[in-house]
Design a protein around this ligand. Structure first.
Ligand code: 5AD
Ligand code: SF4
Length: 442
């Protein structure tokens, strides 16, 4: 066969990671094998993100690199798929005529039809309209003996936070039928998967478009599946995390004790302008409730700095807020103007240098908090699920706690992927905990 290797480069969130795996399955059905670099590939796909301008710039850079590869080998099939493909559509061909096809977010399960068409005619092809046959989640990821898999439970978003492009490129929210998710997870478990991460833009609204099921019911049922040791989920919307879900997590055996609750800002005025649907007081009470129900849980968040109209006063409220809450970690972003969203045309856009100064300040405050929380682990034992050797040193092993902290230790030789192992923490850092495996003491 002439074409036989593929490479998918993935940008953005876990939903894109999950979609890329599912595109891999389809290409493997056509007889292609995954390869490690674009230079070896006959099919190159960029699965794109457009949540911030910086992501788009990076992707345009990569599209430029691929132009040279195509000049050397015009037989390469090059597709741009996912969120930026959905947003830009045919405009991408004008900017980069060496792209063969553009495939939108609702169409990833139709990849093989597109590849076949391209092979026959090699014309610029664009597929963006929602599909009338099938859905992306019907394709499963390839079975590669993975320990951990992504499981999409909802697609799209109905929230329309005023800064966010996602509802425009991923469309309206829909939930997968509960039994389909349960059956899929049971199958994974038979194949040796031990950890699942449920994915959705707002997992807490799972089931709103179904009859008589909600996110808590889904968690309850997945918790009973033999062999699944850890259940994670992302992302929660604070407005929709209700008592039933908190209770279900508290009483579960396998749902992880990590809460990722994107707050986005620490000022009520800005939260309102963002259309987040909650106040700081509501959020504080929610955190209280979560920490009371699950005392050793970890808490992480997303925060945007420099939303239009953000004053020094708003920013200082945000700093005070994160000092009070004491997150284990925060993913912090510079506000990025996304055309088509309401915030893009709001008055008082914050100057780039002011945004950057505020972001640096925020990161340094949060890093100190993360480090001081991690320092409380010195001398304590934590349970990790063994993932394997670390990327940089084969003699160092890595795993994560239920609270999603990354733990590193010197290899003992008995480590087996998927085992639950006790590690005594000796050297905490801002983002990781280093320690000693406790095999002899188990
Ligand atoms: N600018 C900066 N950050 C954004 N996010 C979403 N849209 C934007 C934007 N326009 C952030 C939010 C979200 C995370 C995935 O990305 O914090 O939770
Ligand atoms: Fe974007 Fe808000 Fe939907 Fe998250 S909940 S994807 S931030 S619109």
């Amino acid at each position: 066969m002439k074409h036989n290797k593929y490479k998918i480069l993935t940008y953005g969130c876990q939903m894109n990671e999950s979609d890329s795996m599912r595109m891999g399955t389809q290409l493997e059905q056509l007889g292609f094998k995954e390869c490690s670099s674009m230079e070896q590939a006959d099919i190159i796909l960029l699965n794109t993100c457009c949540v911030r301008e910086s992501a788009e710039n990076k992707i345009y850079g990569k599209i430029g690199e691929i132009k040279h590869l195509k000049q050397d080998n015009p037989e390469i099939i090059f597709g741009v798929v996912g969120c930026m493909a959905q947003k830009e559509g045919e405009k991408l061909f004008k900017r980069a005529p060496h792209i063969d096809f553009v495939l939108g977010t609702n169409k990833i399960h139709e990849l093989n039809n597109v590849i076949n068409e391209i092979k026959m005619s090699r014309h610029h092809l664009t597929e963006l309209a929602p599909s009338d046959g099938g859905t992306p989640e019907e394709v499963l990821p390839p079975d590669r003996g993975d320990l951990s898999v992504w499981v999409p439970i909802t697609y799209g978003c109905n929230n329309f936070c005023t800064y966010c492009i996602v509802p425009y490129v991923r469309g309206r929210e829909h939930s997968r039928p509960m039994q389909a998710v349960i059956d899929e997870v049971k199958n994974y478990s038979k194949n040796g998967v031990k950890e699942i991460t449920l994915l959705g833009q707002n997992v807490n609204s799972y089931g709103k478009d179904l009859v008589n099921v909600d996110f808590a019911d889904l968690l309850y049922n997945l918790d009973k599946i033999d062999g699944i040791e850890r259940i994670r989920y992302m992302t929660s919307h604070p407005r929709d995390l209700n008592d039933k879900v908190i209770d279900t997590i508290k009483n579960s055996r396998h749902v992880c004790t990590h809460f990722h609750l994107p707050v986005q800002h620490g000022s009520d005025r800005i939260l309102k302008a963002m259309n987040r649907g909650y106040t700081i007081e509501y959020y504080r009470e929610l955190v209280e409730k979560v920490r009371t129900a699950v005392p050793d849980c970890s808490l992480t968040t997303d925060i945007i700095v420099g939303f239009p109209g953000e004053t020094e006063e708003d920013f200082s409220q945000m700093l005070n807020f994160i000092k009070d809450i004491r997150y284990d970690a925060a993913y912090t972003f510079l506000y990025s103007k996304r055309s088509g969203t309401p915030a893009a045309t709001m008055d008082n856009q914050v100057a780039e240098d002011v945004k950057k100064q505020r972001l640096n300040k925020l990161m340094s405050v949060q890093n100190n908090i993360s480090l001081s929380i991690n320092e409380t682990f010195v001398g304590k034992c934590v349970e990790v699920m063994v993932e394997g050797p670390s990327r940089t040193d084969a003699n160092v092993y890595t795993g994560r706690t239920s609270t999603n902290k990354i733990v590193l230790w010197q290899k003992e030789g008995q480590e087996k992927q998927g085992d639950l192992l006790t590690v005594k923490i000796t050297h905490p850092q801002t983002w990781i905990l280093k320690g000693e495996a406790q095999y002899d003491k188990q």
